[in-house]
Design a protein around this ligand. Structure first.
Ligand code: CDP
Ligand code: CDP
Length: 219
């Protein structure tokens, strides 16, 4: 598969990875991997089954046999549509906790590689450029100020019909940033050779154009 191009887009929560990666994939006609969704799906199953964080083996089993499917922008767990449900803050927080467990990351490794299919893949997450696709043709690290990210998340949650409060979002976001950057395994950091893009004062579409420009040069 190594000849199939990959664009790896990493960054902290609400930096715009998902939005930008999705649009870039559409523009290029590439497949799209939302790696965070895999952690969120595993987290949702764990919450429902009340599997504790201390049961690393049990959590890794859930990840390994994840009955996930992605079709036309919809995310399914077995036959249930969970696209909206997995965006809840509770699920995101649990996802970031189980994501620190090596056995869980290992269990999701092969599943992620399988998304690399012709004509190409745009993958977003925390370790796309550092661990999963270290030979990606293009690596991008998106950032934005904490305030900009909290505002984006707030708007997104309200638009989706969830209730939200800026203060809580800010503190959740900081806690999540800390967990993601300080963990021992696959911590969030720019990959070697990654292009950094601060989108605090950019629209998603402007960020997309920037990424496409870099990709045209990287090919
Ligand atoms: O995937 P990630 O958590 O990094 O972010 P997202 O789910 O793509 O959400 C970012 C939100 O901010 C979306 O509602 C975007 O429309 C908006 N946004 C953006 O993605 N990029 C910008 N430069 C500005 C706003
Ligand atoms: O949309 P947002 O950036 O808030 O989160 P996400 O990308 O859906 O990921 C949810 C959680 O999964 C993150 O807080 C990370 O801890 C974890 N994750 C990870 O560890 N590695 C990835 N490649 C993707 C997500």
């Amino acid at each position: 598969h190594s000849h199939i191009p990959v664009i790896a887009i990493d960054g902290p929560t609400a930096s715009g990875k998902g939005t930008v990666a999705h649009k870039v994939a559409d523009r290029l006609g590439f497949h799209y991997l939302d790696s965070g969704a895999l952690y969120r799906l595993t987290a949702l199953m764990a919450l429902r089954r009340a599997t504790p964080l201390s049961d690393e083996h049990g959590l890794a089993k859930l990840a390994e046999h994840l009955p996930a499917s992605f079709s036309g922008g919809e995310i399914l767990l077995a036959n249930e549509h969970v696209t909206q449900l997995i965006r809840a803050e509770e699920v995101g927080n649990m996802a970031s906790k189980i994501a620190a467990l090596p056995a869980v990351r290992q269990a999701l490794f092969a599943l992620q590689l399988g998304f690399r299919r012709a004509p190409g893949l745009v993958a977003d997450g925390r370790d796309m450029g550092t661990v999963i696709f270290p030979h990606a043709q293009l690596k991008v690290f998106l950032t934005a100020s904490t305030e900009a990210r909290a505002q984006r998340r707030y708007k997104q949650l309200i638009d989706k019909g969830f209730s939200a409060n800026i203060e809580d979002l800010l503190s959740d976001l900081k806690a999540r940033d800390d967990r993601d950057t300080c963990r021992a395994i696959a911590p969030l950091m720019p990959a070697e050779g990654a292009h950094l893009l601060d989108t605090s004062n950019m629209t998603a579409d402007e960020a997309v154009e920037e990424v496409l420009k870099w990709y045209a040069h990287a090919k």
